[in-house]
Design a binder for this molecule. Structure first.
Ligand SMILES: CC(C)(COP(=O)(O)OP(=O)(O)OC[C@H]1O[C@@H](n2cnc3c(N)ncnc32)[C@H](O)[C@@H]1OP(=O)(O)O)[C@@H](O)C(=O)NCCC(=O)NCCS
Length: 147
């Protein structure tokens, strides 16, 4: 089994959209992925396993900080370390880019994602009440680097 992490290309769009729709109740439409691909501050990295996209990670680099926008693993690849490998990759990028802080927001009920982020040393730093369209709260998490 060979896995590689590489920047998303426009040709990956349909496969990424299929995963996005599996993973989120309010999936990003194609326009948002196109905007992210076009923006200088935005990055989308896909993890490919034996030629299949298993997951992806969208992040922004702004003012020396990384903000995680989206992370998703296709259903049939769950709990096989795809999310962990994407996060390891991002932490290596953060070190290379000399980022001071990483931050994200996540639904308070998203037990799996919160466990993943905690495993990488993210800690709670705020709560946005009724943040999501269905009224769920958002937990804010951060990780300081270079300390
Ligand atoms: C969150 C998500 C990306 C995790 O991806 P994954 O590839 O299955 O995660 P991994 O296999 O790398 O898991 C790494 C660790 O994270 C934690 N974890 C992941 N999923 C978990 C779950 N459902 N419940 C509890 N812990 C979980 C565990 O500590 C796990 O280690 P372990 O398997 O050795 O116990 C995936 O569940 C997903 O796509 N969810 C839907 C989209 C989403 O909610 N994204 C995050 C908000 S933007």
């Amino acid at each position: 089994m060979t896995a590689t992490i590489r920047p998303m290309q426009p040709a990956d769009m349909n496969r990424v959209l299929a995963i996005e729709r599996q993973c989120h109740g309010y999936p990003w439409p194609e326009e948002i992925f196109n905007d992210e691909l076009a923006a200088d501050h935005a990055h989308i990295d896909v993890l490919e396993e034996d030629g299949e996209i298993a997951g992806y990670l969208c992040w922004w680099l702004i003012a020396g900080e990384i903000e995680i926008q989206n992370v998703a693993t296709a259903l049939r690849y769950r709990r096989r370390g795809v999310g962990r490998r994407l996060m390891e990759y991002l932490l290596a990028e953060a070190a290379r880019l000399e980022v001071s802080r990483m931050l994200l927001e996540v639904r308070v009920g998203n037990v799996g994602a919160i466990a993943l982020y905690r495993a990488f040393g993210f800690t709670d730093c705020g709560l946005r009440r009724t943040y999501y369209p269905d009224g769920e709260d958002a937990l804010l998490m951060e990780k300081f680097l270079g300390e």
